[in-house]
Write a protein that binds this ligand. Structure first.
Ligand code: PGA
Length: 254
């Protein structure tokens, strides 16, 4: 049985003070949601303070990116061991904004996944088709390629612990959500591929999140589907009440 995971991706939002205030308030209210895993991904400068604010609570903290090398001349980058040092234990890898705006490829994503796993960070690997790809009926082919290449070299045991986030690019920050049927179709397809490549046990344990304009009013219908194991939430995760409402929907759907 997969525990639902509701993850908030804050992107480049919130000052240090705002981040800590949110994390502290979330920690105070998270106890009311025992059957859902919660996670927040603040900006890099807020990671350590947010990790300290939620310590002792069942709330994960994720970095939004990682470099694959341990250290070196890579200005502006952050390595997996450095993320671990902050107290964060998760990392988002291959978000579509990083693919589109910062040139990430399936190959660099696979290196990042490996670096994260080596450092014992849990990766949330993001995949998803563009609108042009969906319109050309290429969605499932794109997802196959992104999953296969993005987690290249991952073992079945590692797969069981990692998280995949299906985020159709056309649904991110647009207010346009995939219909629950579209999302379930993609998730079921991904799960089927994972079963083919890694076996039933590992595939059944791997959580697949949906992301793309998840809000309190559409969360329940999405999360009711058997292969949708949670949500990666952008805009709505910036507001504590909205984030908790989505987590509440996951609790009821569980
Ligand atoms: P959104 O972002 O919820 O604002 O669409 C989702 C994401 O980018 O993870």
């Amino acid at each position: 049985m997969r525990t639902p995971l509701i993850a908030g991706n804050w992107k480049m939002h919130k000052t240090l003070r705002e981040s800590v205030a949110f994390a502290t308030a979330l920690a105070a209210r998270a106890g009311a949601l025992p059957s859902v895993d919660l996670l927040i991904a603040p900006t890099a400068p807020a990671l350590a303070a947010v990790a300290a604010a939620v310590e002792g609570h069942r709330i994960g903290v994720a970095a939004q990116n990682v470099h694959w090398e341990r250290e070196g001349a890579f200005t502006g980058e952050m390595s997996a061991p450095m993320i671990c040092d902050t107290g964060a234990t998760w990392v988002i890898v291959g978000h579509s904004e990083r693919r589109q705006l910062f040139g990430e490829t399936d190959e660099t994503i696979a290196r990042k996944v490996r670096a994260a796993l080596t450092a014992r960070l849990t990766p949330i690997v993001c995949i998803g088709e563009t609108l042009a790809e969906r319109d050309a009926a290429e969605t499932l082919v794109v997802l196959d390629r992104q999953v296969q290449r993005g987690i290249d070299g991952v073992t079945g045991t590692e797969l069981a612990g990692l998280v995949i986030a299906y985020e159709p690019v056309w649904a991110i920050g647009t207010g346009r959500t995939a219909s629950p049927a579209q999302a379930q179709e993609a998730h079921a397809h991904i799960r089927q591929r994972l079963t083919q490549w890694f076996g039933v046990e590992a595939s059944a344990a791997c959580r697949i999140l949906y992301g793309g304009s998840v809000k309190p009013d559409n969360a329940r219908t999405l999360l009711d589907h058997p292969d949708i194991d949670g949500a990666l939430v952008g805009g709505a995760s910036l507001d504590l009440d909205a984030f908790l409402a989505i987590a509440g929907a996951a609790t009821r759907a569980a």
